[in-house]
Every structure is written in structure tokens, then in C-alpha cells.
Design a protein around this ligand. Structure first.
Ligand SMILES: [Zn+2]
Length: 168
């Protein structure tokens, strides 16, 4: 690891501690030349295998970019997006694989997006799962009605929110 201050190519580790529930290691290093200290972080790389066969590192930003269009006009803020992307990464890492196919990322988005916003979920699912007819939407909506997501139940329990939605 090259020292960011003097470009010397050797440093020693003075401290090392796990972060983010053990999925990340932070190391405090000291340059053996200028003695200045800097921090590095180490995480296992989760590789996404694209349809072309090429791989690229998983990116939470790309997850957010991928769902943003489906979320247009919905009451979803940056924290919601960040949490969604975090949940997607956790779900993918929970499988314990170092590499996942791109379509698995899309699949991992469905559950947390549904929890977040059912309209955005329907929009996303219609594109992602290639809905081609009204019947496809009807089938999905029937499934949503049969097992409402947590966010929907919360809205039912909060009349103020429900009234707000009705006005829109
Ligand atoms: Zn240095």
C-alpha cells in the first residue's frame, strides 16, 4: 500500500478492527518512511457477472440507479434508497457467494422494494419480469393483496397517511 502522503511503498499496520458487522476490516497504517498514518479498509469483493460474461464489482449506486425510475413521484427519500441498496447487498452477501449473476441482483431488489413502496415495486417488476399483458399486472396485484407488505399495513394503521395518499 503506497503512502498517500509521500508515495513510499511500505507501511506497517498499527491497528486493525472489524466494522459493519464483520464484513469490513479497517486498518490503521503508519508509513515506514514519513511516519504519517492513514487508514485502509478491506472488504471481500462481491462480483457481478454480467450477461456478456464480464464481471464488475457490486455497486450500491448502481442498484439505486436501477430502481430510481420506478420510484419517480413516490414518497421515497435518499435514506430509503440507501437502505434499500444496503438490504440488497446484505441479501446477496448472505448467500455466501463471491460472484453472483446480474439477474440475481434484480431478484434481490424485488423484496425490499416491495416493502418500501408497492407502486414502485409493480413498476419495477413489470419491466424486470417482462409483464406483457394486463393479466400479468392483475396476477401480481392479486398476490400483493393476498399478502400485503409491511409498509401497506403501516399505512392502514395510520389514517393520516392514508388520507394524505387519497388526496394525491
Ligand atoms: Zn509516507
Amino acid at each position: 500500500m503506497i503512502c498517500p502522503f509521500c508515495r513510499h511503498d511500505d507501511s506497517r499496520v498499527v491497528d486493525s478492527r472489524p466494522a459493519e458487522e464483520g464484513t469490513l476490516i479497517r486498518r490503521r497504517r503508519e508509513c515506514t518512511s514519513c511516519s504519517r498514518r492513514f487508514t485502509t479498509s478491506e472488504t471481500s469483493v462481491l462480483l457481478i457477472i454480467k450477461r456478456s460474461g464480464a464481471t464488475e464489482p457490486f455497486s450500491r449506486e448502481k442498484v439505486i440507479a436501477g430502481v430510481r425510475k420506478a420510484c419517480q413521484g413516490r414518497p421515497i427519500n435518499d435514506d430509503d434508497f440507501a437502505l434499500l441498496a444496503q438490504r440488497v447487498e446484505e441479501a446477496l452477501r448472505a448467500d455466501g457467494q463471491a460472484e453472483v449473476e446480474a439477474h440475481e441482483v434484480g431478484m434481490a431488489i424485488l423484496a425490499p422494494l416491495r416493502e418500501l413502496d408497492e407502486v414502485a415495486y409493480l413498476r419495477y417488476a413489470s419491466v424486470y419480469r417482462n409483464f406483457t399483458s394486463l393479466e400479468d399486472f392483475e396476477g401480481e396485484i392479486a398476490l400483493l393483496r393476498a399478502a400485503p407488505s409491511r409498509s401497506n399495513q403501516q399505512e392502514t394503521a395510520a389514517p393520516a397517511v392514508a388520507a394524505n395518499n387519497a388526496q394525491q
